[in-house]
Design a protein around this ligand. Structure first.
Ligand code: ATP
Length: 135
């Protein structure tokens, strides 16, 4: 199968630079599946797990906390607010973040805190999914 390069970068630096056969990501418009030769585009991403397939099997799960995906010939770049490879995720930190966010949502504070807690909860659950291999 034809391959292409994937580069994931965040404000903290590069997270991943590798060659894959297939990439799936959660765009704001819905789930995307990218193979070599995909038409060039830019898509905003939701908080979600990016799945990479190499050699016909899943090679990597990366937790993405929103950002943009750009497709160019032979190259996909993801500019993410934050991104962690599944194996680099601190599971207990994510579980603690989930607990804190759920507590804030239960406390039912004003709207700004609610939105913020909701996003923190999504990031935490997304990290737990990437770390545990759930999609
Ligand atoms: P927390 O409340 O645990 O800090 P957060 O969702 O507020 O979580 P972010 O602001 O999205 O954290 O990320 C801050 C930095 O910490 C980023 O570099 C991100 O990659 C890293 N990070 C956050 N949570 C984890 C985790 N569970 N494991 C590894 N790195 C993490």
């Amino acid at each position: 199968m034809k391959t292409f390069n994937v580069n994931i970068v965040t404000p903290d630096g590069p997270v991943l630079d590798t060659t894959v056969e297939l990439l799936s990501a959660r765009a704001q418009s819905g789930d995307l599946g990218i193979m070599a030769g995909h038409v060039p585009m830019v898509a905003p991403l939701q908080i979600g797990v990016v799945r990479l397939v190499t050699g016909g099997k899943q090679s990597e799960l990366v937790a993405i906390s929103g950002g943009f995906l750009e497709v160019r010939p032979d190259q996909v770049t993801i500019l993410a607010q934050a991104a962690e490879k599944g194996e680099n995720i601190d599971l207990s930190r994510a579980q603690e973040a989930q607990r804190r966010a759920e507590q804030r949502l239960q406390d039912n504070q004003d709207n700004v805190d609610f939105k913020r807690a909701e996003l923190a909860l999504k990031r935490a659950i997304n990290r737990i999914n990437a770390s545990q291999g759930n999609l």
